[in-house]
Design a binder for this molecule. Structure first.
Ligand code: NAD
Length: 356
């Protein structure tokens, strides 16, 4: 398999040009592009620039409102609810995070919802922003505006999105921020797309085909019409978390769940329910810092089953990958590059991912 390497700024520049050509306002294009390239940098290619052809298609079909403005549905001392007006996810998602973090610093807690927005991308990015401000956060997200992708536990067809759940906690002494940021399907949909583009298989047990039978062939779920379903992670546990995300994000945001009575225009929308927490309002910061470090040291000192696979602190894989890709460049496979260059060409742009 041929791979090409790019640095983050090259990908950002390319993505910004595509998004602007598709009609995004310049500041939205910059924000969305940076968010996608950052996902690549941190190793989540499923949520990186490979999504651009879909984003461009959504913009051109009117499935993203290009001149959207955030509308505050409710704001109290501890509750913030925003309707993003159908606009791009990342700009509204980061604005929500900034405002809710300010509330949580003051009050100790803030609960926030965002609804009616395009894809929010890698959810860990919002938890990282909060952690950088010394705040813990929880995020539940559902995915709508297209058909479902994930089968319920014991079901044989898709009824849910990949509904990510994310928990962040700020750096404590020598330990950098904790970040658990996971889809509730065994694998994220984007990983199926990446596997199909690379011509590889997906792990056993992560997909079922149209007949509800297990398969490792990603092609049925890699196009625009999904044939089959992803399976929930951890059986009833992932299924239960996906359901919780439908209720917390879909219902509390006021924008709705993936049930078929809600619109499915062939776009990609997220709703998110987040709680931001200021640990300093819960106890002695010095004790908390020492305790987090002691717990992390204890967990990571477990004797290894395999010397090549250390026990990691959640968030470490993204930091390690960001370091490696900053040094070595971000790899993109040939198929992804050609799809991105095709999208640029269709928009009448001359820019290309050049070492492709
Ligand atoms: P994944 O399976 O790669 O897991 C990532 C998480 O697990 C990270 O928090 C990482 O630090 C941690 N982790 C990984 N290996 C670890 C180890 N050995 N020890 C300790 N911690 C470890 O992630 P995924 O489920 O494929 O999700 C990928 C991304 O997709 C996430 O960023 C998620 O937000 C995003 N996503 C977004 C949407 C959406 O609609 N916006 C939907 C689904 C997924």
């Amino acid at each position: 398999m041929i791979e090409y390497r790019f640095d983050k700024t090259e990908l950002e520049g390319f993505a910004t040009a595509l998004l602007e050509a598709a009609g995004a306002r310049p500041d939205d294009a910059v924000c969305v592009a940076a968010h996608l390239a950052d996902a690549n940098l941190k190793g989540h290619d499923s949520h990186g620039v490979g999504l651009l052809p879909a984003y461009v298609r959504h913009a051109r079909k009117g499935l993203v409102t290009l001149d959207a403005e955030d509308r505050v549905i409710q704001e109290t001392a501890v509750i913030l609810q925003i309707d993003a007006g159908g606009g791009w996810g990342a700009p509204s998602g980061f604005r929500l995070t900034k405002r809710a973090c300010a509330m949580a610093r003051e009050q100790g807690l803030a609960a926030a919802t965002i609804g009616n927005c395009h894809h929010l991308g890698r959810i860990g990015a919002y938890a990282e922003r909060a952690a950088a401000e010394g705040l813990a956060s929880l995020h539940f997200v559902n995915v709508t505006d297209h058909g479902p992708l994930v089968a319920p536990y014991r079901g044989s067809d898709a009824r849910f999105g990949t509904n990510p759940v994310c928990i962040g906690y700020p750096a404590a002494g020598k330990r950098p921020a904790f970040l658990l940021d996971i889809a509730t399907s065994q694998i994220a949909l984007g990983k199926v797309r990446v596997a199909a583009n690379r011509g590889t298989r997906v792990p056993t047990g992560s997909l079922i085909d149209e007949k509800g039978m297990p398969t490792t062939d990603p092609t049925g779920m890699a196009g625009f019409e999904f044939k089959g379903a992803l399976t929930p992670m951890g059986g009833h546990k992932g299924y239960g978390l996906a359901f919780a995300a439908e209720i917390l994000a879909g219902v509390l945001s006021g924008s709705g769940t993936i049930q078929p009575g809600n619109p499915r225009r062939g776009g990609l929308q997220n709703r998110m329910f987040s709680v931001y927490i200021n640990p300093e309002k819960f106890g002695d910061p010095d004790w908390m810092e020492t305790e987090v470090q002691a717990m992390a040291d204890y967990a990571l000192a477990s004797p290894l089953m395999d010397w090549d696979s250390p026990v990691l602190y959640p968030g470490d894989p993204e930091r390690a990958m960001a370091g490696k890709r900053t040094r070595e460049g971000i790899p993109l496979d040939e198929k992804t590059c050609s799809l991105l260059n095709e999208a640029a060409e269709k928009l009448g742009l001359e820019t290309r991912l050049e070492n492709a």
